[in-house]
Write a protein of this length. Structure first.
Lengths: 402, 272
């Protein structure tokens, strides 16, 4: 079987690392001729390129001359080029509802949302995404999304037999992400940790050091990054709690990596957290926008070391039950096999969804246009007044209107 | 206490035998109407035989598949029905899956009169793709298929034969590969006890209906698809526990372990 994965570039976009890993293991273990097709001409050879192994990387122009059994889009913008690649079947590996990465009203948000209606086979990494994608289709269409969880590299994030209890000393908190990406909630996490009464030590891991402002640097006891996967694994092993206050996630990988190394987690009920987090069992779930409440949960863990150890032990057991990258790719191989063997999905439900999205987008655009025309009319009146003469005259005219 | 044996034998701890028998008991209504029953990873056939004995000998002839030749020999005697073929194959490999297809072709191929069971096998394989592809292919040919996996959170993490991770999430991944209409079931643990008069003969004890909470954690996940899958109904199974035998087994394990450790130490000392 020949499979083309369309990626924007060989860099850290939309889970490209996950796709590269699948492509490499599909070739090595499942006899699938997987290739990457870069859809952006300005593709970078970022840090993921070194882990690509023998996976062929094609430019879009080169891929057009080829033919595949399955072509898979992996980020919403790559769907725009999906049908430029000739394939018997088309699929879309949805790693998040990507419209949420943009501000409401942004053109990209509407476009990304519409790609979820495409009448192609779908694969996703989280059940909430599968349910949403299926809900976009009519029930009659019988559309089913394939579900392939992101595996964890157990050779790097190896699970110890047991975690050593942290019976005293400051609560070791890890915050991961860039403060510049608002939906990662890094600022909120640092503020919550700063609001603790009990002793604690906060490590901020941020690949983009330029994004760490003075406030973040002050709030954290230590700022590190970028770190390799092995360095992250070592850091998690020295961590009690991963603090994750994200607003948008596919399945939130960092806390799960922390679980593998014996760290528990305090998290918002962000999408995908239910893939492996059970509140009060292996982690604590805090409320949205509750800085004080989050600080109190952290204080609870700092104070009640028996509870902390119980959560960490349960987190470790959860991690052991999570699939490895090899098992994850085995599921991907099976999903691709089913997609290749089955007829293309019935476009009926997808077409209805897409038509509804087009209508909504059009109405939004019309509303924006009306608002623009209203403001333009006001501007014209102001300009007209200004053109009549000195400011005094204008003031009199405005006062007269009152 | 779970022994984590790869195969159920007559010496398996009673609680584990009940769990294994129950999985076959669920499939029994389909087996009674089938012409051919393919048991992938059949082991010794003890659990199947015990489950099928309760309702009389099924009409279906069995195709027994396992990679342990000794287990297959036992299964011929124990499986509880006439044996049509025995396939010695490693189901973790494409060659093993092909051997099953070949055996079925000789018997007329898979179809609506064929029932396939694959109970607690997938988790013993590091790469289960060949076996899942075989199950899907048999389903595509029209067979009814019942597959089960243990749940890691229910203790399967400690199983030394475990080679892949299975949970509700993994079962959901598998379900989404199956044809529309696939049935999901979960096996849950039930605790039971009885009070009977001291002395006298055997006493039959009626066990009350047990209500299983919707949130009750699964000990195992079962998925069925193909003709008749919708007929799989909630089922339970109870056996009187032989505490004397269980205590005897525990004593034997402890003494065996102590003896073997001492023997190992002696051997290491002599070779040093």
């Amino acid at each position: 079987m020949r499979v083309a994965f369309l990626v924007p570039a060989l860099d850290q976009y939309g889970g490209v690392g996950v796709v590269m890993g699948h492509a490499r293991r599909l070739r090595a273990r499942h006899g699938i001729d997987a290739a990457l097709v870069c859809t952006r001409a300005d593709r970078s050879s970022g840090r993921y390129a070194e882990g690509i192994g023998d996976v062929p990387v094609l430019e879009l122009d080169g891929a057009r001359a080829d033919r595949f059994d399955v072509a898979v889009a992996t980020w919403w913008e790559t769907t725009l080029h999906l049908h430029d690649v000739r394939a018997d079947r088309y699929a879309y590996f949805v790693q998040s509802m990507e419209d949420r990465f943009y501000p409401a009203g942004a053109p990209e948000a509407a476009a990304a949302a519409m790609t979820h209606d495409l009448p192609v086979a779908m694969i996703t990494e989280a059940r909430w995404i599968a349910r949403q994608l299926e809900a976009l289709r009519s029930e009659a269409a019988g559309f089913r999304v394939h579900y392939v969880r992101n595996g964890i590299d157990k050779s790097v994030f190896s699970t110890p037999d047991a975690v050593a209890p942290n019976v005293d000393g400051p609560l070791r908190i890890l915050v991961e992400g860039s403060p510049a990406v608002a939906f990662k909630g890094v600022g909120e996490a640092l503020a919550a940790a700063a609001g603790m009464e009990m002793a604690h030590h906060v490590t901020l891991v941020c690949a983009d050091r330029a994004a760490v402002g003075d406030a973040a640097a002050v709030a954290a006891d230590e700022v590190v990054g970028p770190l390799s996967a092995a360095q992250m694994a070592a850091l998690y092993a020295r961590t009690d709690v991963v603090l994750k206050l994200s607003r948008v996630e596919g399945m939130a990988g960092p806390p799960l990596e922390g679980f593998h190394r014996g760290a528990t987690c305090v998290t918002t009920p962000v999408t995908g957290h239910d893939e492996y987090i059970a509140d009060g069992i292996n982690a604590l779930v805090t409320s949205w926008d509750d800085e004080r409440g989050t600080a109190r949960l952290l204080d609870l863990l700092a104070r009640d070391r028996r509870l902390l150890h119980e959560l960490r032990g349960a987190a470790l057991r959860t991690a052991r039950a999570w699939p490895s990258t090899d098992q994850s790719t085995a599921m991907m191989a099976l999903a691709l096999g089913r997609i290749a063997a089955a007829p293309s999905p019935d476009p009926t439900g997808a077409a209805a969804g897409m038509a509804a999205d087009v209508r909504t987008t059009m109405q939004r655009h019309q509303a924006a246009q009306r608002e623009h025309e209203r403001l333009a009319a006001r501007m014209r009146r102001v300009e007209s007044l200004l053109s009549r003469g000195p400011l005094k005259v204008v003031r009199r005219a405005v006062a007269g209107r009152r | 206490m779970t022994d984590w044996e790869a195969r159920v034998t007559r010496g398996t701890a009673p609680a584990d035998r009940v769990d294994a028998e129950l999985r076959y008991a669920v499939a029994a209504p389909l087996l009674r109407d089938a012409a051919l029953w393919v048991d992938l990873g059949c082991g010794t056939g003890v659990a199947a035989g015990a489950a099928l004995a309760a309702g009389g000998r099924p009409r279906a002839r069995a195709v027994l598949v396992d990679h342990d030749a000794e287990a297959l020999d036992v299964a011929r005697q124990e499986c509880g029905t006439e044996v049509a073929a025995v396939v010695h194959a490693d189901l973790g490999t494409p060659a093993g899956a092909a051997a099953v297809r070949d055996a079925l072709t000789e018997l007329g191929g898979a179809g609506p009169a064929v029932v396939v069971t694959c109970l607690h096998v997938l988790h013993q394989l590091a790469d289960f793709t060949a076996l899942v592809e075989l199950l899907l292919a048999l389903g595509d040919d029209g067979a009814a298929v019942l597959v089960s996996v243990p749940d890691d959170a229910a203790g399967a993490l400690d199983d030394p034969h475990r080679r892949s991770a299975w949970s509700a999430g993994a079962a959901e991944e598998l379900r989404r590969l199956l044809p529309a209409g696939a049935v999901s079931l979960r096996q849950v643990a039930v605790r039971a006890g009885a009070i009977v008069p001291t002395g006298g003969g055997s006493v039959a004890v009626p066990l009350a209906d047990v209500t299983i909470d919707a949130e009750a954690p699964a000990a195992a996940h079962l998925l069925a698809f193909g003709p008749g899958a919708e007929r799989l109904a909630p089922a339970g199974l109870a056996r009187a526990a032989d505490l004397e035998a269980e205590r005897g087994d525990a004593r034997r394990r402890e003494s065996d372990l102590a003896y073997l450790e001492a023997r190992l130490a002696a051997l290491e000392a002599s070779s040093a």
